[in-house]
Ligand binder design. Structure first.
Ligand SMILES: [Zn+2]
Length: 140
């Protein structure tokens, strides 16, 4: 009988990210993603879990042509500021040619494997966003 001790942690990390769970401060109304135990703005510990919408609007983006050693194959990396309802999230924009990006375009959350540590048996996931592209199916 063997136990894989990495499984519980993997799920603990993956769950809230996949569900786009954030924490809303009941005192000042700010929304924090990933969720925090206390509000960094007003110090309140009265926070409630809220679920962010999976689709949002790309408000701005930055294209990084210089990326860390080890991630070179991914260059360039696009970092976007995405508005999800009342919250703003900074995340990688994926599955797109940077030349096709426009502010105001609709994007949807996708789960991406961001790092794997084979020795520990842990695979980490993170949220990225990809444009909701119309066409191909005729659109509306
Ligand atoms: Zn607050």
């Amino acid at each position: 009988m063997s136990m894989d001790l990495s499984v519980p942690e993997t799920w603990r990390v993956r769950g809230p990210l996949y569900r786009l769970e954030a924490a809303r401060c009941r005192a000042c109304g700010r929304i924090h993603y990933p969720p925090l135990p206390a509000c960094p703005y007003c110090g309140s510990r009265d926070l409630e879990r809220v679920r962010l919408p999976e689709r949002g609007i790309l408000e701005s983006f930055t294209i990084l042509y210089s990326v860390p050693e080890g991630s070179r194959h991914k260059a360039p990396i696009v970092l976007g500021l995405v508005r999800l309802g009342a919250a703003r999230v900074v995340a990688e924009i994926t599955d797109v040619d940077p030349g096709d990006l426009k502010t105001g375009m609709e994007v949807e959350a996708v789960l991406r494997r961001i790092r794997s540590d084979r020795e520990a048996g842990i695979i980490r996931y993170g949220i990225a966003f990809r444009p909701l592209l119309r066409g191909g199916g005729g659109g509306r």
